[in-house]
Design a protein around this ligand. Sequence first.
Ligand code: CA
Length: 237
Amino acid sequence: MGTRVLVVEDEPVINQAVAERLVAEGFDVRQAYDGPTAVDVAETWEPDALVLDVMLPGFDGHEVCRRVQARRPVPVLMLTARDDETDVLVGLGVGADDYLTKPFSMRELVARVRVLLRRVERAAELFRGETGDLRVGDLHIDRSGRRVRVAASDVHLTPTEFDLLARLAAEPGTVLSREDLMRDVWGWSDPAAARTGTRTVDSHVRSLRAKIGAGRVRTVHGVGYALEHAPGETSPR
Ligand code: CA
């Protein structure tokens, strides 16, 4: 049985082209053309990844993302009509792991889907045997349950945000470069390729900050990011 990818796109020509290419690449594919059907199929079929258009009938891709992610973490590649920063950030904020702006090449789409899946595998590898909880100030990361609490309140993170936070929290106060994060969290091993993905790192750091508090992740310009103890917080136990 191949890796399952659910393609959600209301334009039949694009949907069919994406589905056919993914099938040709060895993926097990199902197709949905509207929001409600996408959520139903995701629930019953349990895909390993979603390729998800933003503008859909019923309800849009953001809402599909929200509903699917609420049940089960699954990596999402969002298809956007405009290369608009706000669109991108909103997409990431509701749980998309990556985005692709139309028009895109099928080769690029397949590469992005593979990166998403590799990232999930890589994260499992990265944290294998490291299932203990991490505490940084009032931030509590349950690595085996993949849950995060800030000051005893649950925070819902996407799979990518979780892995990014867990990586930063493994060495609090240490500055990790974008290339380090691309390698450890996304599984990009080629440094030249990793450099092209740095905007993805920046977008995920922004969405992570919005959820856990902007001051917790320090930017070191030209270098990378570090997770800080929240100001005024007590030391970790
Ligand atoms: Ca559409």
